[in-house]
Ligand binder design. Structure first.
Ligand code: C2E
Ligand code: MG
Ligand code: MG
Ligand code: MG
Length: 288
């Protein structure tokens, strides 16, 4: 206070920005111990087949149960974990937990003949892609768990792969050759060259939520419809499946089904939730 009186050297404080910075700093320093203390947990959101409405799998979404701040979503801490490098052990932990969970569902569902094996989708951050242990860690986790590679799908955002050179794509290629599916997440937001898709070892496009949002009105904007129709037909001609994110209403689901999308995910079906919930949804679905 005394110092600031001496001149104009101090900017007026923005208390909210300060609070945000303090929290960010606090969260960053708390991250490593959070992993050791088991403060992270995973919610699962079903992936539903648009044709028949069956649950085909789930996306794993990490959360942090912070002792002071309560449950924090990934947008609050994944960027910090990427910045500090904690994303590598955290991502490995998410992968192992999720694959174990997928095996548990499989065991629980042994009796439900009608149901195929549930697949598990796990998000990968760009830092994990450049980490040399990615392929071996994934192989180890799959072997330890006894799950076939084709039950796993790794989601990488379109923006992480824009302009990717061969070195960056190599680990993804190896994983794809093993049978792991690679999905291009948030597709349509990254301005990538569509012809570039041929080069990427991906088998699934996850159409960004913004497209789903534009299907809110019925009938939807005709230009948006054309765009989605075009993406779907290009994807299918390249043998890629199309998943849509953020489906919140039945009208959106119907519109996207008509446009030829294969799988959907969103609050209309279920919010992300505990693994028991996914198990119930899948079981109800398989047994009628
Ligand atoms: P994402 O991979 O695109 O995941 C979809 C996000 O959309 C999730 O947000 C999900 O809760 C939300 N969502 C699902 N359905 C709806 C809907 O109908 N309406 C709306 N408005 N939102 C819906 P969440 O859980 O907050 O995750 C945000 C992002 O954090 C994810 O986006 C993903 O990029 C990242 N993330 C989550 N878990 C992990 C992880 O384990 N590792 C890494 N590297 N990133 C993760
Ligand atoms: Mg994702
Ligand atoms: Mg996404
Ligand atoms: Mg998204």
């Amino acid at each position: 206070r005394a110092k600031s009186a001496g001149g104009n050297r101090f900017e007026l404080a923005d208390p909210e920005a300060d609070a945000r910075a303090i929290t960010r700093h606090g969260l960053t320093t708390a991250l490593p111990t959070a992993l050791e203390r088991g403060e992270f947990f995973i919610e699962y959101q079903p992936l539903v087949h648009l044709g028949d409405g069956s649950v085909r799998g789930a996306e794993a979404l990490v959360r942090w149960l912070h002792p002071q701040h309560g449950v924090l979503g990934p947008d609050r801490f994944i960027p910090l974990a990427e910045h500090t490098g904690l994303i590598v052990p955290l991502g490995r932990w998410v992968l192992e937990q999720s694959v174990r969970q997928a095996r548990e569902w499989r065991e629980l569902h042994g009796g439900a003949e009608a149901m195929g094996p549930l697949r598990i989708n796990v998000n990968l951050s760009p830092c994990q892609l450049t980490h040399p242990g990615l392929v071996q860690d994934t192989v180890d986790i799959l072997e330890r768990t006894g799950i076939e590679p084709d039950a796993l799908c790794l989601e990488v955002t379109e923006s992480a792969l824009i302009g990717a050179d061969d070195d960056l794509l190599k680990p993804l290629r190896r994983l794809a050759e093993m049978g792991v599916d690679i999905a291009l997440d948030d597709f349509g937001t990254g301005y990538s060259n569509l012809a570039n898709l041929r080069r990427l070892p991906v088998s699934i496009l996850k159409l960004d939520r913004s497209f789903t949002q534009s299907m809110q009105q019925f009938p939807a904007d005709p230009v948006d419809l054309k765009i989605v129709e075009g993406i779907v037909s290009l994807a299918h001609s390249l043998d890629l499946a199309v998943t849509v994110e953020g489906v919140e209403t039945g009208a959106q689901a119907e519109q996207l089904r008509i446009l030829g999308c294969d799988t959907a995910q969103g609050w209309y079906y279920a919010r992300p939730g505990p693994p028991e919930r996914l198990h119930e949804l899948a079981l109800v679905d398989a047994t009628g």
